[in-house]
Design a protein around this ligand. Structure first.
Ligand code: BG6
Length: 478
């Protein structure tokens, strides 16, 4: 059976400035937490953070040069247009606009760069979808203020978002406040610019940082709607459905608790207040969130839509120590014996995407947007009739199966605005800082040791995705 996606469905791809722009120190850009990431990625293990709190970029860090979108944006956007993109998700690097985060004035050269990118997208009728903060907290805010643990970050962020909302009010309509806002619970440095090593970070300080981000996000929604009432402003969460290992009610309770940790973030963004279940958790863990006067009111500025990343599901149990630990995208779980895994051990679960779409929609009745999905894989460049290419049938297979489940969810009645695959052009991995973990339809000649010409080549999936967009989904069923 075939299915045609809704008429104005937004097909596209998603990126983040720090993983692909490069030019980390050009035209007045300041350092972000990503520029001090060591080769091998952001360490999540306790204690691994201290060496990062320097003011020096790490020399072998592939993110510093990325794939040089900064200089090649015209060529890259032309390729996205060739595939038929309707939308392109990107982030504005906060440090291009406010190099230290707490500067009084914005950096004009940074603002001018994004003007050029938005104008180039407009040439092809591609709608930008802009993440305001995608794991790119200015390093100065991490070093001097301990990131989002400090309430002052709300003001710095408001200043930044007001600047870009005003500047681009006629060029950008779709905005996301924080990338995977729930990930701060698991990767406080990368996600929240929090310099305190994880094992020393108290739950009190962590959840206070969460509160600051939630207030900042709601405040951004308010500011944005005042600047342009047509803006569509969404939250962005790392979605990860969980399955219980058995039908034992205790395992199902573990699922419920695991999922509530994530729902907390979308619940507050969609409902404008803290849910009751978290009040119990706070009480039992001695957490007392400091609300400043006005916070409660600000939180009532709810989002226009819910967006999320989806790569995998997890399994969980009340006795996880009895099972094999699963690998995962920031959040872990136990290994699900029913699912195959990617080369990086992430469980592949297309039906999980249908489930999470239905869950979010049932919970909020707000429009949804899938803003990341894809398969990180090792690609081999081969000679093709039109030059070098990659026969990436495994990537096509992953995306096809997921998109078919998206089609199922649409038929279930879910309202979904669009779908952007992660890394439509190869870029540097967020977690491992490798280039060999590739997601793209476009191959970039750059290797883990930093060598390579940066030339772009179309993979087999390029032609496939083009046909999916062209047929508005129908090609998925051929
Ligand atoms: C998401 C992030 O968690 O996963 C992206 O928002 C990231 O920044 C993506 O790149 C894939 O993860 P990784 O570690 O394979 O790059």
């Amino acid at each position: 059976m075939t299915y045609t996606f809704p008429k104005d469905f937004l097909w596209g791809g998603a990126t983040a400035a720090n993983q692909f722009e490069g030019a980390y120190n050009l035209d007045g850009k300041g350092l972000s937490v990503q520029d001090v990431t060591p080769k091998g990625g952001v360490p999540f293990e306790p204690g691994a953070l201290n060496p990062l709190i320097t003011d020096q970029p790490t020399p072998d860090n592939l993110k510093l040069e990325g794939i040089d979108f900064y200089h090649r944006y015209k060529e890259d956007i032309a390729l996205f247009a060739e595939m038929g993109f309707k939308v392109f998700r990107m982030s504005i690097a906060w440090t291009r606009i406010f190099p230290n985060g707490d500067d009084a004035e914005p950096n004009e050269a940074g603002l001018a760069f994004y003007d050029k990118v938005f104008d180039e997208l407009a040439k092809y009728g591609i709608e930008p979808l802009v993440t305001l903060s995608h794991y790119e907290t200015p390093l100065n805010l991490a070093r001097e203020y301990n990131g989002w643990t400090n309430r002052k970050l709300i003001g710095f962020y408001e200043n930044y978002v007001r600047t870009v909302f005003t500047r681009y009010k006629d060029k950008v309509k779709y905005w996301l406040t924080f990338n995977e806002v729930n990930s701060v619970l698991h990767a406080p440095f990368m996600s929240g610019g929090i310099a305190t090593p994880m094992e020393e970070l108290s739950k009190q300080d962590l959840y206070q940082a969460v509160h600051h981000e939630l207030v900042a996000s709601a405040s951004a929604t308010k500011i944005g709607h005042e600047i342009n009432p047509d803006f569509k402003i969404g939250c962005m969460v790392l979605a990860m459905p969980a399955y219980g290992m058995t039908a034992n009610p205790l395992d199902q309770l573990a699922v419920h608790e695991f999922e509530n940790q994530n729902y907390l973030f979308s619940d507050i963004h969609a409902r404008g207040k803290y849910p009751n279940y978290i009040k119990r958790y706070f009480k039992e863990n001695g957490i007392e969130i400091q609300f400043a006067p006005g916070d409660e009111e600000i939180l009532k500025n709810t989002v226009d839509f819910i967006s999320f990343s989806y790569y995998m599901s997890v399994a969980t149990a009340h006795n996880p120590q009895d099972y094999k630990v699963g690998k995962g995208n920031i959040l872990g779980g136990v290994e699900n014996p029913y699912l195959e895994k990617s080369e990086w051990g992430w469980a592949i679960d297309p039906i999980g995407l249908r489930l999470i779409l239905n869950d979010f929609y049932d919970r909020y009745q707000l429009p949804l947007f899938i803003v990341e999905n894809g398969l990180g894989a090792k690609d081999v460049l081969v000679d093709g009739p039109d030059g070098p290419t990659v026969e990436d049938d495994y990537r096509i297979d992953y995306l096809q199966k997921h998109l078919i489940q998206v089609g199922e969810a649409l038929q279930d009645g879910v309202e979904l605005w669009g779908y952007t695959t992660w890394g439509p052009i190869d870029l540097v991995s967020a977690s491992t800082a490798e280039l060999s973990k590739r997601y793209g339809f476009i191959y970039v000649d750059r290797n883990d040791d930093g060598s390579g010409s940066l030339a772009r080549y179309k993979k087999k999936s390029f032609v496939w995705y083009k046909s999916v967009i062209e047929s508005n989904g129908e090609a998925l069923y051929k």
